[in-house]
Write a protein that binds this ligand. Structure first.
Ligand code: MN
Ligand code: MN
Length: 467
């Protein structure tokens, strides 16, 4: 009996897929590196809560690593480092490879926008002596998750003469915060009967911003006036300046370790700053690549990638075209020979909601970076399905570099679905596959990831760049 068992055990080890032990071994071995990487990542999360803030930090850091602003008329040579700033909301970084662009480029594309509450053009109003800002939510949110938590306000107001006023209120412990109210349970008999999707509506996401009237007088709109006066004193703006502003409310709290073992990180905006951070660190630490490597940090993914800072526009192609021209090459040929890791998060299997996942085809927190062959929805619509040949290539890159990785679909077939920038890049005839970090409570104001998966995603992108 025992002999027979050990024979089957051996055969199982040889033929079955199992990464649990590999992941545990790697966690133990890399414990210190994982922790160090996580500390720096949390710092990035706390400072980069919008795409504009992420671009600013990326460029500041890039300059420290010797990156220079891209000049399309300049001829670059091997290992030169450049960045291209697209309207302060998206950025491309590149390290010129040893080989000619004729052999294609290696691209890693992540997005730096996250779901949040944007201000409308006429945001400020007063109702029953309370001043509010009206919002229009950005990206896929569950609206009931946003009331009753501290919010901070981030963004820019651009005055008619072009002067840009940066706004960041609520991140410092001593700063004022903002919030949306909810109905007390004592009076919520009717509200509690509503389905989750209807209990809080889009037009209910109004943020409290003041309660004292100007000069303690009584009269119409004096609380509103007082708020406007405070803003005017501090930023020299008037009500119509909101028309040319991009202001967003995001959760005011900081990223923190989760669990007694501190194995996880909870934060706003892991999707997709976690992959953006990995793609940045990968290009900063990529020494003398053979092929030209490119990190793209894109905007507008959460709303379908449309607009000139999203990857459904041509700015990445224009950038590669400029590089190609300087070598006298046709951009089409460079693109057709390029490969891309679309670095974006996937849904981690959640035991609390197990029925929405296929346990055999989901990614799990703590089992490494997840390679996703296709995203999309019901019947593989609206996605780039990576070819078997490409999947094999990536398996090989990952395994040759001790990257612990898993594979996973976004939930059960027909449970819903989602997309990434992969399809837009694939439309340029580039070979693309999705890779990223499994996330729990994705798109909520407090998403959760595993520190191990974070580190493995960095290792994966770096290994790809050096391949
Ligand atoms: Mn994403
Ligand atoms: Mn998302």
């Amino acid at each position: 009996m025992s002999d027979k068992n050990s024979k089957s055990k051996k055969l199982k080890e040889n033929l079955f897929y199992n990464i649990k032990d590999v992941a545990l071994e790697s966690k133990k071995k890399n414990e210190e590196k994982i922790e160090k990487f996580s500390i720096n990542y949390k710092d990035f999360l706390n400072k980069a809560k919008t795409e504009r803030e992420a671009v600013k930090i990326a460029i500041e850091k890039a300059k420290q690593y010797g990156f220079e602003e891209f000049d399309p008329n300049k001829k670059y040579s091997a290992f030169d480092k450049v960045y291209y700033n697209n309207r302060d909301k998206a950025v491309i970084l590149a390290v010129i490879g040893e080989e000619s662009l004729e052999s294609g480029t290696l691209i890693s594309a992540a997005h730096i926008d996250s779901p949040r509450l944007d201000l409308k053009a006429h945001p400020l109003y007063e109702s029953n002596s309370i001043a509010y800002f009206k919002t229009h939510y950005y990206g896929g949110i569950k609206k009931y998750q946003w009331p009753v938590m501290p919010l901070s306000l981030h963004g820019v107001v651009v005055k008619k003469d072009g002067e840009v006023v940066d706004i960041n209120i609520g991140e410092d412990d001593n700063d004022e915060k903002f919030c949306i109210s909810d109905l007390l349970p004592h009076l919520a008999n009717e509200q509690m009967q509503k389905p989750l999707g209807k209990a809080i509506k889009g037009e209910d996401l109004n943020v409290l911003v003041g309660n004292i009237p100007y000069d303690y007088e009584s009269g119409e709109d004096l609380v509103k006036l007082n708020v406007m006066k405070i803003l005017n004193d501090k930023y020299a703006i008037k009500e119509d300046d909101f028309i040319s502003a991009e202001l967003s409310f995001v959760p005011a709290y900081k990223a923190s370790d989760i669990g007694f073992d501190r194995s996880m990180i909870g934060s706003y905006g892991h999707d997709d700053r976690v992959c953006a951070y990995c793609a940045l660190e990968a290009i900063f630490n990529c020494k003398k690549p053979k092929k030209t490597v490119i990190t793209v940090l894109a905007d507008k993914e959460e709303v379908g990638s449309d607009g000139n800072t999203g990857l459904n526009s041509n700015y990445m192609m224009y950038f590669i075209s400029d590089l190609a021209k300087s070598e006298g090459l046709d951009v089409n040929h460079v693109l057709s020979r390029s490969m891309c890791l679309s670095a974006d998060v996937n849904a981690a299997f959640d035991p609390g909601f197990a029925s929405e996942f296929d346990p055999n085809n989901s990614s799990y927190m703590g089992l490494g970076t997840v390679i996703t062959k296709y995203t999309g929805h019901g019947g593989k619509y609206s996605t780039s399905d990576a070819s078997a040949e490409l999947m094999a290539k990536f398996r090989n890159i990952m395994d040759s570099n001790d990257v612990v990785w898993q594979t996973g679909e976004l939930g059960k077939t027909d449970s819903g679905g989602g997309g990434t920038v992969a399809k837009y890049i694939a439309n340029l005839n580039i070979d693309v596959v999705d890779l990223g970090v499994p996330v729990m409570s994705m798109h909520s104001p407090f998403e959760i990831i595993s520190k191990f998966d974070l580190y493995m995603t960095y290792k994966a992108i770096k290994s790809f760049f050096m391949s």
